[in-house]
Design a protein around this ligand. Structure first.
Ligand code: SF4
Ligand code: FES
Length: 202
């Protein structure tokens, strides 16, 4: 396997073939914030918090490090005025949905994000897809999925599957960056009112 040599924040980094920029950075001890990334799941590229600046001839471009493949000769900056400004805006939008999320609050403090910048529409779900993808990819069960679209999009447990498998699993609950209790609530609601949840999906 050929080594890949790149620069991240001015540091020489040697990555293995097939690594993403995020994995290369983590292997070199460089921290990049993530929300929808999980080591056991396929790269998703949903939240865009992991963006980095890629130096190009005569300029730079912004890429999501969790889905961008590491390549020989890449020069990457994980923090810059532009990156920090974009991350701050993303955090402010996410905080409008999940203002009490400890993970978002911690990042907001790092990036100076104002949780009151946008009108709050607390839904608790920031659509990271971790619970849904974990259930599908790791547990291979599909007990939880998304319903609706746009701002009305939310997770829902499928009672016919959830009633059989969730009680002995619950592994998706602690993955949620917004609230462990929210997933518990949605699961209990799906099991208690299966017809209502089904009608909402139709
Ligand atoms: S409920 Fe939590 S883990 Fe599931 S998609 Fe929403 S924010 Fe992500
Ligand atoms: S962690 Fe890369 S887009 Fe969410």
């Amino acid at each position: 396997m050929t080594d890949i040599r790149m620069k991240i924040d001015g540091k020489d980094v040697v990555a293995a073939e097939g690594m993403t920029v995020l994995e290369a950075a983590h292997s070199a001890g460089v921290s990049i914030p993530t929300l929808c990334h999980h080591d056991q799941l396929q790269p998703y590229g949903g939240c865009r918090l992991c963006i980095v600046e890629l130096e190009t001839k005569g300029g730079s471009s912004i890429v999501a490090s969790c889905v961008y493949q590491a390549e020989d000769g890449l020069v990457i900056n994980t923090r810059s005025e532009k990156i920090d400004r974009i991350r701050k805006s993303i955090l402010e939008l996410l905080l409008a949905h999940a203002p009490d999320s400890p993970q978002l609050q911690e990042l907001a403090a790092d990036y100076g994000a104002d949780k009151d910048k946008f009108e709050q529409e607390a839904s608790f779900c920031v659509h990271c897809g971790l619970c849904v993808r974990y259930c599908t990819e790791v547990k291979q069960e599909n007990a939880v999925g998304f319903i609706d679209r746009g701002i009305r999009k939310e997770i829902s447990f499928l009672p016919e599957i959830a009633s059989k498998v969730c009680n002995d699993c619950k592994e998706c609950f602690p993955l949620c960056p917004t609230s462990y209790l929210q997933a518990v609530f949605v699961l209990v609601e799906s099991l208690a009112f299966p017809t209502q949840r089904r009608l909402e999906r139709e």
